[in-house]
Design a protein. Sequence first.
Length: 414
Amino acid sequence: MQERETRNARVAQDRPCQRVDIAIVGGGLVGASLACALAPLIERAGLRVAVIEANPLPDLDETAYQPSFDARASAIAQGSRERLETLGLWTAMAEEAEPIRRIHVSERGRLGATRLSAEEFDVEALGYVLPNAWMGRVLHRRLDALSLDWHCPARVASITPQAGGHRLALDDGSVLEADLTVLADGGRSGLKERLGIESRREAYDQVAVIANLEVSRPHGGVAYERFTPEGPLALLPLSGERMELVWTHQGGAEAATLAMSDGDFLARLQQAFGDRAGHFRRVGKRHAYPLSLVTATEQVRPGLAVLGNAAHALHPVAGQGFNLALRGVMDLVAALEAGLDAGRSPGDMATLQAFEAQRATDRHSVIRFSDGLIRLFGIDHPLLSHARAAGLIGLNLAGPLRRALGRRAMGRER
């Protein structure tokens, strides 16, 4: 690995360089959101921004969008909707958005439950569920109208710190010198590790099985979070009589579930969840993902910022991943704008430290919240089970606590 890095760096020295203010590594949901959020600064301050994406993008000229039964989806909090509105993106995204009007939290085998409703908080919805493919389509259509340097498909072959930023050699033959490099690639590329940024990993010994379901009756915009001895089970409303399933298994136990026939899978799920959402009639393609809490030990360096799953990968139990990342996007843009107004370059450490100071409290709070839920409901003890049930009932009755949970669900905890 080190020999290849050295060779790539040496070859990069012989290539013509393109100077950019900001290089965004990753053109997925987080990287594309950042590029869209930078649009006013691109126009007002003349920033030159490059986006590097490893995967080919779909043809945006296709006029018809065909939603897939198997498409992955994300939960978007009400606060994230408001942020997307400020970016001028929500009107298009709303075409495929399914509102979450109620949230039902329960523990299997216990009477306690907590119910939250949009009416209680005087909002149209507590959140929304959107197909990832549609979100990406809207974001990339917006980027197509911006003055950006696209490198797609392309990967970063080598990244070298230097005075005034980083030098990035791409496998498409391009070489960039960036004042600020933003890693928004989900951590899959290994760039963090090449730069010596380690990650703290706490394995949950759990695997999430994700699939789309067809249910026997309209879901009414209800999202379910059900805690079971095997792990949490969530159902999110999709268009029509469909719901997205996130079913947590103990590590190794998912293999048998994945190997089941569709009929056996649906019967096993019905037994685990009950009939509160109706009868499960059809299941789409199943995917399995091992679950860990991953946090980068460094979020910023001179000329470098880490965003999204590259910075923090959370358990999906609370649906906070993209919402936390989007707040990071907006905070970074706000810090960059303040830094530019003060005469600082995008990669200036004072600007990035201001960004990190803004992010730290929010990030730690969300991590504690989601990790705490997993650990609390993962302890199998009769007395604690009764206490959890009483707590869910009490939470359903206590106004201030309910409002705090509602703010968290809507992404308005700050």
